[in-house]
Design a protein around this ligand. Structure first.
Ligand code: G3P
Ligand code: CA
Length: 322
């Protein structure tokens, strides 16, 4: 029988040598319609360390969980004739937009699978949750399991909402405080692609902040593939970490671009998105290979649609390393 002393545990090359956290991206979204209480519950049952709600604002200022500010992609709104006259064009897209609906109206919609190729067996069964309902679910799970489960809200399009008189900061901070999250070491990360709201949160609160970054070449074809949309030096002024697209970490041959080391040298955590078992990135042949390579870089956390794979491959990595 193997004793504890004989187990070959690998020390992860994370910022502080801790195990990387498994962040349930939009809940257990590989299995159930994303951003539903059911998808978050499944992620907690499967061992996620953090639950990730993307947040948008309703007409009456409530935070709800949706990835997009338009509603047709992941709800049954097209089947609601009472809302047919609300369809309009915004930013070049004809759709229904969350800011045109009250929370009571949103609560008449049902969630649908929006990711191509995934099961639609659970479509039209689950409601769209508020941020309060998500925090309440986490709180209940913590009480029942004795396990700490973090929350990782993303503010989606804060400048857009601010321009139409809807502010994220007050309702977000008020909700977190209502549920007892008050200090810098509580299990919360607040993330955004827009630095302005993070700078404001840095001024006004002590929550840990994650600046989301993508390759600058997505906006500027002349940029090098390893250049992030915001420099790491700038992010380090106000954020505790960065959330990079995985293409910033590895090139097409799976070689390390040095991003994690550069971020760690600036004191930044690195939480990479998004690992998907059903959309493995080149050059990897299997999800196992991709998880293993990404953990070998020393990332401090991963966003995955498939919580159990993140948990499993993290455990396997801890037994062997690279
Ligand atoms: O928030 C991390 C990652 O989720 C960013 O991408 O578009 O899935 O919100 P998105
Ligand atoms: Ca997100």
């Amino acid at each position: 029988m193997m004793t504890d002393a004989q187990v070959p545990v690998w020390i992860f090359p994370t910022q502080y040598g801790e195990f990387p956290v498994i962040i349930a991206h939009r809940g257990a979204s590989g299995y159930l319609p994303e951003h539903t209480l059911e998808a978050y519950q499944l992620a907690m049952d499967l061992g996620a360390d953090f639950i990730e709600p993307d947040l948008v604002l309703t007409k009456d200022g409530h935070l709800i969980a949706r990835h997009d500010y338009y509603l047709s992609g992941t709800t049954d709104i097209a089947d609601h004739p009472e809302f047919s006259d609300r369809k309009r064009v915004l930013d070049g897209r004809e759709d229904w937009f969350v800011e045109d609906f009250t929370l009571a109206e949103i609560k008449t919609l049902l969630a649908r699978q929006g990711f191509k190729g995934r099961s639609k067996a659970y479509d039209d069964r689950f409601l769209i949750p508020t941020f309060d309902e998500i925090l309440s679910l986490i709180s209940d799970n913590e009480a029942n399991s004795g396990r700490i489960i973090g929350v990782y809200p993303e503010t989606k399009h804060p400048a857009h909402f601010k321009a139409i008189g809807l502010d994220f900061v007050k309702p977000l901070v008020a909700a977190l405080k209502r549920f007892g999250y008050r200090c810098e070491d509580c299990p919360v990360f607040i993330q955004s692609f827009e630095p302005e709201i993070l700078r404001q949160l840095r001024e006004d609160t002590r929550y840990r902040l994650i600046m989301l970054v993508y390759p600058q070449k997505d906006d500027d074809p002349n940029a090098a593939p390893d250049v992030p949309s915001i420099s790491l030096e700038e992010a380090a002024r106000f954020a505790h970490g960065v959330g990079p697209s995985k293409s910033l970490l590895l090139d097409e041959a799976g070689q390390d671009r040095g991003f994690v080391t550069r971020a760690h040298d600036l004191g930044l955590l690195v939480h990479v998105w998004t690992i998907r078992d059903d959309a493995v990135a080149a050059p990897f042949q299997t999800a196992a290979e991709e998880y293993h390579r990404i953990f070998s870089l020393g990332v401090d956390g991963i966003f995955t649609d498939f919580t159990p794979s993140g948990v499993l491959y993290r455990t396997l990595a801890s037994y062997g390393g690279d």
